[in-house]
Design a protein around this ligand. Sequence first.
Ligand code: ATP
Length: 478
Amino acid sequence: MANTSQNPRNPAPTATTAEGADGTGADMGVGDTVTMEKIVALCKRRGFIFQSSEIYGGLASTYDYGHYGVLLKNNVKGEWWRAVVQERDDVVALDAAILMHPRAWEASGHVESFTDPLVQCLGKCKKRWRADHLEPADNGDPRCPECGGELGEARQFNLMFETFMGPVREDAARIFLRPETAQGIFVNFKNVLQFARRKPPFGIAQIGKAFRNEITPGNFIFRTREFEQMEIEFFVPPPEAEEWHQRWMDDRMRWYTDLGIRPDHLQLRPHGSDELSHYSAGTSDIEYLFPMGWSELEGIANRTDYDLRRHAEFSGEKLDYVDTATGERYVPYVIEPSAGADRGTLAFMVDAFDEEEVAGRKRTVLRLHPRLAPVKVAVLPLVSRDGMPEKARAIYEELRRVIPAEFDEGGSIGKRYRRQDEIGTPWGVTIDGESMEDDTVTLRDRDSLEQVRVPAGGLAEELLRRLHLDWRSPKIES
Ligand code: ATP
């Protein structure tokens, strides 16, 4: 939760900015040669992610996903569903509404304590900062990171966005945009128990938008005011909580490395006692080595029985579990792996970004896990004559029925490959003169640049076979 998310190694703070800033900050080349500027530029150049409302000068720290960005983030979310629901027996899906009864946010503690300490510069710039992200100056209290001015008293600022339901703007009509998806899961606990016929240990998984009026958003899509979360609330008998906490930490770390994140760019950091949220008996963050330093990707908390107890108290509904075999009655503990879909997408892009020189030319390539790549195969006629475009198009139309494919006939073959490399397409199929005679094509590998000749008829099977092979990032030094 925001009021306790202090991280001593957090990136340099970014001030609350006015409309128009893209919030990418200035000092972002630490830790890797991949800078945030390079990622932002690639995202714009290839249509992954744009500044929101750009024609109006942009809305600070708000982003729109373009074609390849949508496909990439969908793949991240798809791999999450696959791992946490499809390949398990003990987790079911949910899609709860963003708008919830306002009492739910009183019960959860958000109305009272979903706050960050806000300080304002009393000097020249008047910017606002998150007090817990500021470093103390040499001689004591922190100063304004922008102009060095003195800072005012910290006050607690609630991060929930408010709006009004219905036509009258009065307190009774005040509701909130959810700041986390978790509460939609807790209020459905009873429904799932009854209708999905589950008993602890079992979990409920959900992906959806969350909104936080962050004081200092920034670092591109790392911290925005509107973002997507991928959350699991896993309900367990209280004595099993610690064991399940450990299992989820292991599972979630493995998810990132299985999808190609380099293990030495990933770490699990337990929260110190001063960082723990009010509901937590223990939280560990999965952190990634972003260009601005180690930062949280996902939090895995032992939320105890806090949320179910509070909702039971505020709603008057019983939210405990009764084992019909033994008659035992208890309120389950909850283990919560809570990840950000946008932060995850950013981490996968940063980890995959590579630049190299091939035959004297610079090549930029996104070495994404093939399952995450927005497009799996590009079908390219070598030249735009001699029947090659027609044959390529026919192959493409066959392939796209089974695998995300793209057809590109414009420009030199080198230029087309560079474009596909930049969007991370793992395989390229070229139709050349020989293809017209013997119905074979060349199949090019994005990472090794190896080209092999294969029969056009067996392409779909070959690509599906490759897609399901275990994959290891070529950026991992052996
Ligand atoms: P932080 O310390 O970065 O503020 P937090 O500890 O408040 O994060 P949680 O409440 O644990 O975050 O939220 C779970 C996950 O949701 C985070 O690990 C992150 O991936 C994502 N998330 C939280 N806030 C934001 C945000 N403002 N923009 C993008 N993703 C976010």
